[in-house]
Design a protein around this ligand. Structure first.
Ligand SMILES: Nc1ncnc2c1ncn2[C@@H]1O[C@H](COP(=O)(O)OP(=O)(O)O)[C@@H](O)[C@H]1O
Ligand SMILES: [Mg+2]
Length: 209
C-alpha cells in the first residue's frame, strides 16, 4: 500500500523556534516515518547579486526562494514519488550540484519563515503551525545564533535585522499567521503543542500501516 503523506508546515519569524520544534518533534517519531524539509534549501542562486550581508540580496523576501520547485516537490511526495532536495551553499550563494534524495514518508515537516506565503505551497499543508514569538526575543535569539554559529558580527546582524528581517517579517511573514490552525505565542505553549503533535503524528503513522 502506498504511504499516505501528511505535510505539516511550521512557519513564523526568524528566531521564533520553528527549527527547535521541528527537530524535537522529529526526534520523538520513528525515523523511517518522518523527515524535515527546510525552506533554506530552496534559495535561488544569488551568487551574481550578492555583495555583503544586509546588502543587495534580500534573503527575507519571497522572491529569493524557489517556491515553484518546493510546491512541485510537495505535490510529488503526496503522489508517492521520491524527490531530490536542492542544496544551497551559504558561503558561495549557489545551489550546488549535489541533491538530497527523499522518499515519501508518513510525516513530512516543512520549516520556513515564508512557507505560508505562496498559495501553491500553502495548499499542500495538512496542518499549519505558526510561531508567534515577540520581536525582541526573535532578535535576541537570531543575534546569538548568527554570532555563535555563523561567524557573523553583532553590528552586521543588527543592520540586516533592521533593513531586511524586520520589514519583510511585517510585510510577508506575520500576515500568514491567519492561515495557521495552531498558533504558539507563549513560551509555555511550546511543550503542550509539541506533545499534541507527537500524539497526532503517531496516530497518523499508525493509521498508515
Ligand atoms: N521554547 C523555547 N524555549 C527556549 N529557547 C528556545 C525555544 N525555542 C527556541 N529556542 C531557542 O531560540 C533559538 C532560535 O530557535 P530556532 O528554533 O532556531 O528558531 P527558528 O528556526 O524559528 O529561526 C535557538 O537557540 C533555540 O534554542
Ligand atoms: Mg530555523
Amino acid at each position: 500500500m502506498q504511504t499516505q503523506v501528511r505535510i505539516i508546515g511550521i512557519a513564523g519569524g526568524s528566531g521564533s523556534g520553528k527549527t527547535t520544534f521541528a527537530r524535537e518533534l522529529a526526534a520523538r517519531l520513528p525515523k523511517e516515518h518522518c523527515e524535515i524539509i527546510f525552506q533554506d534549501n530552496y534559495y535561488i542562486d544569488q551568487s551574481a547579486r550578492f555583495d555583503f550581508d544586509g546588502g543587495n540580496v534580500n534573503f527575507d523576501h519571497p522572491d529569493a526562494l524557489d517556491f515553484d520547485l518546493l510546491a512541485k516537490q510537495l505535490a510529488a511526495l503526496k503522489s508517492g514519488f521520491p524527490i531530490e532536495i536542492p542544496i544551497y551553499d551559504f558561503a558561495t550563494h549557489r545551489r550546488v550540484a549535489q541533491t538530497l534524495p527523499l522518499v515519501p514518508k508518513a510525516i513530512i515537516l516543512v520549516d520556513g519563515i515564508l512557507i505560508f506565503h505562496p498559495e501553491k505551497v500553502r495548499n499542500h499543508f495538512d496542518d499549519l503551525i505558526y510561531f508567534d514569538t515577540p520581536e525582541p526575543l526573535r532578535f535576541q535569539r537570531r543575534l546569538e545564533r548568527d554570532v555563535r554559529e555563523r561567524g557573523r558580527i553583532a553590528e552586521g546582524v543588527k543592520a540586516q535585522f533592521e533593513r531586511q528581517v524586520k520589514p519583510m517579517h511585517d510585510q510577508f511573514v506575520e500576515p500568514t499567521r491567519c492561515y495557521a490552525n495552531t498558533v504558539v505565542s507563549e513560551l509555555e505553549e511550546f511543550s503542550p503543542a509539541l506533545e499534541t503533535y507527537i500524539s497526532h503524528c503517531l496516530e497518523l503513522i499508525a493509521s498508515n500501516r
